[in-house]
Design a protein around this ligand. Sequence first.
Ligand SMILES: *[C@@H]1O[C@H](CO)[C@@H](O)[C@H](O)[C@H]1NC(C)=O
Ligand SMILES: *[C@@H]1O[C@H](CO)[C@@H](O)[C@H](O)[C@H]1NC(C)=O
Ligand SMILES: *[C@@H]1O[C@H](CO)[C@@H](O)[C@H](O)[C@H]1NC(C)=O
Ligand SMILES: *[C@@H]1O[C@H](CO)[C@@H](O)[C@H](O)[C@H]1NC(C)=O
Ligand SMILES: *[C@@H]1O[C@H](CO)[C@@H](O)[C@H](O)[C@H]1NC(C)=O
Ligand SMILES: *[C@@H]1O[C@H](CO)[C@@H](O)[C@H](O)[C@H]1NC(C)=O
Ligand SMILES: *[C@@H]1O[C@H](CO)[C@@H](O)[C@H](O)[C@H]1NC(C)=O
Ligand SMILES: *[C@@H]1O[C@H](CO)[C@@H](O)[C@H](O)[C@H]1NC(C)=O
Ligand SMILES: *[C@@H]1O[C@H](CO)[C@@H](O)[C@H](O)[C@H]1NC(C)=O
Ligand SMILES: *[C@@H]1O[C@H](CO)[C@@H](O)[C@H](O)[C@H]1NC(C)=O
Ligand SMILES: *[C@@H]1O[C@H](CO)[C@@H](O)[C@H](O)[C@H]1NC(C)=O
Ligand SMILES: *[C@@H]1O[C@H](CO)[C@@H](O)[C@H](O)[C@H]1NC(C)=O
Length: 664
Amino acid sequence: MLLRALLTSSVVARLVTAQTDNADPFAPVYTQCPPGLSIRAASEGLSQSEQSWRKQRGDNVVIAVEAYLQVANITGLDVQDFTSRLNASNAPVAGLSVSGGGTLSGIGGLGIWQAYDARYPPAVAARTGGLTQILSYLTGLSGGGAVTVSTIAANNFTTIDSIRQAVNFSVNYEEGPSGNVTNYYNQIFRNVGAKVKAGFPVSVVDTFGQFWATYLPAGGLYSNYSDLAQHKNAFSSGNAPMPILTLAEVIPGKSPTVGGLMYPGDNATNAFSLTSYEMTPFEFGSWAGGRVQAFMSTQYLGSDMSNGTAQNRSKCVQGFDKFTFVQGSTANAFTAWFIDDWYNIPIFAKRELQERQNSGEIVIPPDQYQNLEVVLVNLTATHFNRTFNQSLWATYPNPFKNYNEAMKNVDDLLIVDGSLSGETNPVRPLIVPARELDLVIIYETSTEAEFSWNNGTTLGNTARSAVEGNIPFPTIPDVNTMVTLNLTRKPTFFGCNATDTPLVLYLPNSPWSGYSNYSYTKPSFTKTQLDLILENAFNLATYGNGTVDAQWPECLACATIRGSARRIGYDLPEVCAQCFERHCWNGIVSTREITDSDLDLKPWLNSSLSYEEWNNTIWNKQDSSSNGGPSLYTSGAGRIAKHLMRHAAYPVVLALLHIWYAAL
Ligand SMILES: *[C@@H]1O[C@H](CO)[C@@H](O)[C@H](O)[C@H]1NC(C)=O
Ligand SMILES: *[C@@H]1O[C@H](CO)[C@@H](O)[C@H](O)[C@H]1NC(C)=O
Ligand SMILES: *[C@@H]1O[C@H](CO)[C@@H](O)[C@H](O)[C@H]1NC(C)=O
Ligand SMILES: *[C@@H]1O[C@H](CO)[C@@H](O)[C@H](O)[C@H]1NC(C)=O
Ligand SMILES: *[C@@H]1O[C@H](CO)[C@@H](O)[C@H](O)[C@H]1NC(C)=O
Ligand SMILES: *[C@@H]1O[C@H](CO)[C@@H](O)[C@H](O)[C@H]1NC(C)=O
Ligand SMILES: *[C@@H]1O[C@H](CO)[C@@H](O)[C@H](O)[C@H]1NC(C)=O
Ligand SMILES: *[C@@H]1O[C@H](CO)[C@@H](O)[C@H](O)[C@H]1NC(C)=O
Ligand SMILES: *[C@@H]1O[C@H](CO)[C@@H](O)[C@H](O)[C@H]1NC(C)=O
Ligand SMILES: *[C@@H]1O[C@H](CO)[C@@H](O)[C@H](O)[C@H]1NC(C)=O
Ligand SMILES: *[C@@H]1O[C@H](CO)[C@@H](O)[C@H](O)[C@H]1NC(C)=O
Ligand SMILES: *[C@@H]1O[C@H](CO)[C@@H](O)[C@H](O)[C@H]1NC(C)=O
């Protein structure tokens, strides 16, 4: 009853009119179009901007490779001799892809960045420090995008220690930094109201997206993704990798539905026909597959385009690509959460869907009215005069309208979490031939298997869709092989024998020093927990910090320069062959069925540590200087159902009750 009263239009009206006419920096603005603004075909290859950035980046990579190789100390490699032959166009090109998986992948990804960072003394001591400085691309989707990539990019690609100074990870992103949830949600809804007033369609992605500002530096709430290319910073000056987020879409009338809820498609056989969009600081668009292969300037997203050009040259849009809106877009899995919660059909895991498919309006099961994710979508819809359905999708004025037959009269793109294309790891941007990568590092935290570990499904999906699209990619074995040969348990290379594919280094989230399988919905972290997560990722990335395979640092460096050495006709020393012999998947397939004990993993470096002991005495230990922590969840955890604990939980109602009382 309270809830119903809360939703009455008088309250809504009051909230909206409470907003002053002062320009809210969250709202996009109209400007003159830049000369030559147009859609360009993906077949042209890299954009001019990316090409000149690559040149700059290449020059810096040459310098960074030398420093890295000195640290890695490959037996028998004359570093001077090798690096003196390198230049911007033949230097190694490497990328790191961070999967979806909420804050589980998001924080874990920060650990990989740190484990290879030359500015982190333990990484230098472990002889892996310096690979981060060589990366040319950093991709993420969902948690890997909204947290890992966005946090690193918005904080100028600094060290994790510096990020920990700038970002308070103990803040619960659902409650906001001040602890005053009323203020937090007031500001969020006012910002969205400003976007509505400026004439743009909004959805829950505009509200929920602002949660992710928790990981941005001060002022980040009002910054744009394309600002990364406009302002002087580590990325724009070629000193850091290009940050890329990936996104999927639903298409009304075409996408399959469950109870009226659209999702991109459940098809293992046609993943390549689902559009996979990427967002860089320069461009938004899709390279291959799906219904469009073209790009638009990220800075001018939101502009009214048709047939490749602006409809009104004095009315282009800037500031549509708000950082938090882009974060929210890549993490917008509401439809999958609802399908999972309401019908017990896990979309991420791609189970059978036939029985439930139908079309039409979304029917909210009555017992779901109090589901707090439902409440957030509903409130966003009600406040801003949208239907529940309209409120579910990040709504982008379609830059590709009338660009081709498939985009004929399509006014809006409805964008969802990149992982809903079936590829939970944003690998596509790293394997498009135009980018010519040598090494693709895949940090996998897709929680595919029992106990939230991995079984290789996503990597296999990526390989399959690459084959469909004729994109060179290594052969990936089946799930049984991945698990029973421990390939989901330790760093493994794929594609060592191939000459036409990038080399893939698979880093599956797995327990090394501790249990890194906490819930992907965890909204805040104590200092102790952050230390433990970063340490486990460090041990994964360094193969046990030299304790399990002392040669790993050399192997990693061999893999980094392999493609480059091949291009300049340089023979790598014998130790590299030994490394690949030991750490590449060798083509052997296992037919043994997976058992529960295959997935009931114990930490490599401390196999007698049980999960219970870890959970009770290590993971949940109070910080000496504890400031808050997950108070909401410790107090009510037992009673709040799983789905209530996800994004947009309890505080929404608290906040809105406050607003409601205030308004009466
Ligand atoms: C590099 O490795 C060799 C052994 O292969 C060792 O003698 C030498 O001290 C190492 N150099 C550095 C700088 O660690
Ligand atoms: C929270 O913010 C609201 C609105 O600004 C204010 O009225 C209220 O007093 C604040 N609550 C606390 C506990 O400070
Ligand atoms: C970003 O980092 C670079 C070093 O990579 C530094 O030169 C620059 O001053 C930093 N910019 C800002 C805005 O902090
Ligand atoms: C799966 O792909 C096939 C072939 O493209 C298509 O006919 C079918 O509609 C797809 N199913 C779904 C649910 O997307
Ligand atoms: C679209 O633009 C092309 C030139 O780029 C032009 O030839 C064509 O007539 C335009 N089509 C429409 C429907 O405006
Ligand atoms: C709400 O949207 C409907 C349909 O788009 C429109 O007819 C109506 O005027 C809108 N109401 C308000 C208060 O803006
Ligand atoms: C919001 O939920 C209420 C039921 O709690 C329902 O009556 C209302 O129609 C919903 N609003 C929208 C926009 O779906
Ligand atoms: C592997 O993961 C997929 C995706 O989550 C799941 O559907 C499948 O049941 C898992 N297979 C095994 C054998 O664990
Ligand atoms: C996989 O790892 C487990 C645990 O260390 C070990 O017992 C098993 O022999 C390994 N399996 C293979 C095929 O290497
Ligand atoms: C790595 O191992 C060395 C000892 O060889 C130890 O001093 C260091 O603390 C370890 N680093 C991490 C991050 O565990
Ligand atoms: C790669 O080549 C080696 C040596 O010829 C062979 O043992 C191995 O099975 C091959 N690996 C794959 C994945 O085919
Ligand atoms: C882990 O610890 C938390 C907090 O102490 C507790 O609520 C939870 O039941 C524990 N889980 C397990 C499986 O022991």
